[in-house]
Design a protein around this ligand. Structure first.
Ligand SMILES: Cc1cc2nc3c(=O)[nH]c(=O)nc-3n(C[C@H](O)[C@H](O)[C@H](O)COP(=O)(O)OP(=O)(O)OC[C@H]3O[C@@H](n4cnc5c(N)ncnc54)[C@H](O)[C@@H]3O)c2cc1C
Length: 326
């Protein structure tokens, strides 16, 4: 706490131009619209600002939490009084490299990236056009949809490694991409800065038509009118989380303002005034019920903060805590 306060003071003195939001409600930065105030949210406007910020944090032994669009995170109601979040939202460079690959900084939205690829007549990113995340958050999660994943089109990634205050560029083959996982989940000290994406030439009309088709599918199947963080649980091997939740009779089940979507059982939505505890308790109930009925363990896809979040689970046996998978 002392270290964090000292770091905040130094950021104000040494980087006066940097956006530093203090005691910032995280509900304003979460697609769930949930979350109390974090001690600070720093938003560097470029890579130089980011590295200078990281140097101050490192000297004060403060580990920041990287933030993209907040479309896959459940922030706690009580806030994060001892956490500094580092947003990469202003890293927005996006251009075509001479060899035809695409360079994108961490804050570029996946929709903008997909639209840019389409404009260039490059195919392979159509699946990403409706995912409401950024390049940074997307790479950390290896975001995917409709049979595509970022790992399929990523050539290399540049990240800042806080413990060493160094920039590294690694090829996609070394990113340990798996289903909704990557090497960037192994250490909180790895902040994704940019990536190069390699795509195939294609017809602009066909790419655009595919994006429209997938967009319609999303609007048709997903509860996009209500705040959520996308799929609440990962796909268990050999099953579909949404189908199991539906078969367990949980569609529409609610705890306070949180509800298993009536439109898509894989989504937990904030139908108004949901607290983080509502969402957590609902997810616990879903997980326990599905386990009791099908002996399948659902793992959360949503990142639940803080990782040592402890709530008393008073549901009947089998008692299981949500394992923070990320
Ligand atoms: C309506 C809806 C639909 C969705 N559909 C899909 C879908 O089809 N497929 C899918 O995969 N996901 C989907 N999601 C979930 C979410 O959009 C993705 O996981 C997305 O990749 C998260 O990106 P983000 O920028 O919002 O990351 P955040 O939610 O801000 O962060 C996610 C994780 O990434 C880390 N992170 C963020 N930026 C960086 C960075 N620069 N460097 C290192 N780590 C970073 C954070 O610390 C956190 O651990 C959906 C969500 C919603 C709300």
């Amino acid at each position: 706490m002392e270290n964090l306060e000292k770091a905040i003071q130094e950021i104000k003195e040494q980087l006066p131009g940097m956006t530093l939001l203090e005691n910032e409600p995280m509900s304003a930065h979460s697609s769930f619209h949930i979350g109390g105030p974090a001690r600070a949210l720093a938003v560097p406007s470029d890579l130089t600002g980011l590295t200078r910020l990281c140097a101050i944090l490192r000297e004060n032994h403060v580990a920041p939490f990287p933030l993209g669009n907040g479309s896959n995170i459940l922030f706690p109601d009580e806030g994060l009084p001892d956490l500094l979040l580092l947003s990469t939202e202003k890293l927005q460079k996006l251009f075509l490299l001479p060899d035809g690959a695409i360079y994108a900084e961490a804050g570029v939205s996946l929709s903008r990236l997909a639209a840019f690829a389409c404009e260039q007549g490059l195919t392979g990113l159509e699946f990403a056009s409706g995912i409401p995340g950024t390049v940074g958050g997307g790479l950390r999660m290896n975001a995917g949809a409709y049979g595509g994943e970022l790992k399929d089109v990523t050539d290399s990634v540049v990240y800042y490694y806080l413990p060493e205050q160094m920039l590294y560029e690694i090829p996609a083959a070394n990113c340990m991409f798996g289903y909704r996982s990557s090497i960037f989940q192994k250490s909180a000290g790895m902040v994704v800065l940019s990536a190069v994406f390699r795509l195939q030439p294609g017809s602009k009309e066909e790419i655009s038509a595919k994006m429209r088709e997938l967009g319609e599918k999303r609007r048709d199947k997903q509860p996009l009118d209500l705040p959520s963080a996308g799929s609440a649980f990962k796909r268990p091997e050999g099953h579909f989380a949404a189908a199991l939740i539906d078969q367990a009779g949980l569609k529409g089940y609610a705890v306070g303002g949180a509800q298993v979507s009536e439109k898509h059982a894989g989504f937990v939505v904030n139908r108004g005034g949901a607290t983080s505890k509502d969402v957590y308790d609902l997810m616990m109930h879903v997980r326990n019920t599905v386990y009791e009925q099908f002996q399948v363990e659902l793992q959360p896809e949503i990142i639940i903060l803080p990782p040592d979040y402890t709530l008393v689970d008073d549901t009947p046996a089998p008692k299981r805590n949500l394992v923070i998978g990320n």
